[in-house]
Design a protein around this ligand. Structure first.
Ligand code: ZN
Length: 351
């Protein structure tokens, strides 16, 4: 065992300084990244039972009737696409598709063994509501509809829940145009091996918008929003966030990178004035894992404001990326509170 050398005066002094700078850094971190407007507990509001029912129907269809959906379960993926398209059509939209091809060589030939064919076509499915005053500016709201390539993982929380919220908001806004234009989109290929690559559905879609010279005010990605728990100890965090946040997994998280912090504050501030679902918000420096683990990554990468809305996935749910991620574990009452609050956010940021 090593014996510790006693520090001389200089050493003690240096240690003191670095201690102070650590405390100062922690203080600055909590002030800049974690300070969010409003009360995390929100306001009193009843959950809309009809909306909860609709969210449950969509989650059930995508996760049980369809089940696995992805490059590894291509028929399921196509079935999910058809469902999303027909639900959007029912709401009166002219549905658009952003189709793209991926070759096995682009993702690695080992995926041929997992069900990838030499070339597959994937689709981002989207609709638009034209703005009344600033039609050339856009708010994008989306969620990925593929499920992870894990044996019998039906992806109810990850991410049929996010698609259900996106569909509910598309239904709501179909006859309620805002000042700027809205895009509601279901993305292909968020999960590996596409994750954080040029073949990720949201990246293909964001690049298309860039090419079309669209002015994106901000993007909101739903990912894994259905699982909640009131048990103490049910919530974990990547350090150092565990120092700052509660240990009950009963809230929804709004997460962005540092450059989207004003947009993030605008979203969560509005949410807290309108929803009874507790919420936490963080603008996360890039060294903390998990903050860019969804489709908002693609939009942030192209320089746009982007926020992820999530129950924090693997930091909360024990069923993450497993065959246990099934529809009956989700809390549709809380999902309805979330979706209702999102209507107010969209109204505010599209003003
Ligand atoms: Zn996932």
């Amino acid at each position: 065992m090593k014996t510790l050398k006693l520090l001389d005066k200089k050493g003690t002094f240096r240690l003191g300084i670095s201690g102070i700078s650590l405390i100062a850094a922690a203080g600055a971190f909590s002030m800049i990244c974690l300070e969010m407007p409003g009360d995390r507990n929100g306001v009193h509001q009843e959950s809309d039972a009809k909306l909860a029912q609709m969210l449950q129907q969509d989650v059930f269809y995508l996760s049980e009737t369809v089940g696995q959906r992805g490059f590894h379960a291509y028929k399921g993926l196509k079935k999910a696409e058809n469902y999303i398209e027909s639900e959007m059509k029912k709401s009166g939209y002219a549905v658009k598709r952003n189709d793209y091809k991926v070759k096995a060589a682009e993702i690695g030939k080992e995926y041929l063994k997992l069900g990838f064919s030499p070339e597959q076509v994937f689709s981002n499915i989207y609709v638009e509501v034209k703005g009344t005053e600033k039609p050339d500016e856009y708010i994008v709201v989306g969620a990925h509809y593929d499920s992870v390539c894990v044996s019998n993982c039906k992806g109810a929380d990850d991410n049929a829940s996010g698609v259900a919220a996106t569909l509910a908001l598309a239904r709501h806004f179909t006859d309620k145009p805002q000042k700027c234009s809205l895009i509601f989109v279901a993305f292909a290929n968020e999960e590996p091996p596409f994750f954080h690559t040029e073949t990720m559905g949201s990246m293909v879609f964001a690049r298309m918008l860039k090419k079309e010279n669209r002015k994106i005010r901000g993007m909101i990605a739903f990912d894994t929003i259905g699982y909640y728990s009131d048990e103490p100890g049910s919530q974990n965090y990547p350090p150092p966030l565990d120092q700052y946040y509660p240990n009950k997994g009963n809230f929804i998280a709004f997460v962005s990178n540092m450059s989207s912090i004003d947009f993030l504050r605008d979203c969560i501030g509005t949410f807290r004035k309108n929803s009874a679902l507790p919420s936490e918000g963080t603008a996360v420096p890039s060294f903390i894992p998990g903050s860019d683990w969804s489709d908002h990554w693609s939009f942030a990468k192209l320089g746009w404001n982007a926020v992820m809305v999530s129950n924090t996935a693997l930091y909360r749910t024990p069923y993450y990326h497993s065959s246990q991620d099934t529809w009956e574990k989700l809390d549709y009452r809380r999902m309805a509170l979330l979706t209702d609050g999102m209507k107010k956010i969209i109204g505010k940021i599209a003003d």
